[in-house]
Design a protein around this ligand. Sequence first.
Ligand code: HEM
Ligand SMILES: [Ca+2]
Ligand SMILES: [Mn+2]
Length: 334
Amino acid sequence: ALTRRVACPDGKNTATNAACCPLFEIRDDIQNNLFDNECGEDFHESLRLVFHDAIGFSSSGGKGGGADGSIMIFSDVETQYHANNGIDGIVERQRPFVQKYNISVGDFIQFAGAVGLSNCPGAPRLDFFLGRPNATAPAPDLTVPEPFDTVDSILDRFGDAGFNPDEVIALLASHSVAAADHVDETIPGTPFDSTPDIFDSQFFIEVQLAGTAFPGTGRGQGEVESPLSGEMRIQSDQELARDSRTACTWQSFVNNQNKLQKEFKAAMLKLSLLGHDRSSLIDCSEVIPNPPALSDSPHLPAGKVMSDVQQACATAAFPTLTADSGPATSVPPM
Ligand code: HEM
Ligand SMILES: [Ca+2]
Ligand SMILES: [Mn+2]
C-alpha cells in the first residue's frame, strides 16, 4: 500500500506524519554538533543516558516514569545517585540542544541515542517514537543496576522493569560501543571491547576470555580482570556471560550479527517505551539514518587462542574463531 507523505516546511524532507518534520533539523544538528558524525564518546555517553533515564521504571508501580527525561529535568537529584556517576557530563552537553527545540526531554534523550547509534558500523537502525510527556518527578534511587550487583539482583531489577534474561543480554550489546571513565578513575575512556566504535560481537567474545590483569592501578569497584591491556571488564558482564540462565544467549550473539541486531533493536524499542503506551506516540523511525554495514568479522584478539575461552553454555560449543595476527592486541583509550 502507498503511504501518503506530507511535505515538511523545511522544503527538503517529507514525512509520513507532519509531527516528525522538526526532527530532521534536530538530527542534523546533533550529528554535526554533538556527535561529530562519529560512534565516539559523546554518542557512547548518550546511549548510557538512554538506559539510565528509562530504567527508572517498575511494572509494579511505585518507581519512576520510565523514559521521561527525569534524569535531566531532575538532574540535581538523579545525578547524585551512585550508579549515575559521571552521567552529569552528557546531561549538560545535551541540555542546550533540548532547550533550543520544541521537544520533550524524554523524546530528546531517546532520539539522540537512536540517531547516534547510526554512526556505528554493524548497528541496527533503531526505531524512534515521538510524544513522551515530560517527567513530573525524579526516578527513585537504586533502579539502575551496578557492576558489583549479583546476577540474581540484576535479573530481578530488569524483570521488574519488564525484561526477560534474553532481553537483558541483548541490551548489553551496548557495551560493544562503550568505555568506562569511572570504574578506574586513573584510566578514563577504557573500552569494554577492542572495537568501541563498531557495533560488533567482540564484546561477547572478549568477555568470555579468561581475565589476566587489571588495566590500570588495581581493582576498581565492580571491576574484574580483563584479557587485554587497555580493556575494562566489569563483574556483572563477567558473571552474566557465565551464568547458566544467560550464558547460551550470550554465546549465541558471537557469530550471528543478524540475531544480535534484531534482538537489540527489539529490546531497545521496549526500553524506549517504558512508562508509555506505544499507541499514544507517533512513529518517526523514518528520521533515523541507516547505519554503515559491519566493518569487521568475529575474531579472537591477537595473542589469544581458543583455549582462552571459558566455555559456559552447557548445550552448545563456543564458535571456533581465528585470532588476529601480530603482537598481542592492546586497546587504546577512547
Ligand atoms: C547489568 C546492567 C548494566 C550494568 C551493571 C552497567 C554498568 C556500566 C558501567 C559501570 C559503565 C561504566 C561507566 C563509567 O565508568 O563511565 C557502563 C558504561 C556504559 N553502559 Fe552500561 N551497564 C549495564 C547495562 C547497560 C545497558 C542496558 C545499556 C544500554 C542499553 C548500557 C550502556 C552503556 C554504555 C553505552 C556505556 C559507555 C558510556 C561511555 O562510553 O561513556 N549499559 N555501564
Ligand atoms: Ca565493539
Ligand atoms: Mn565516557
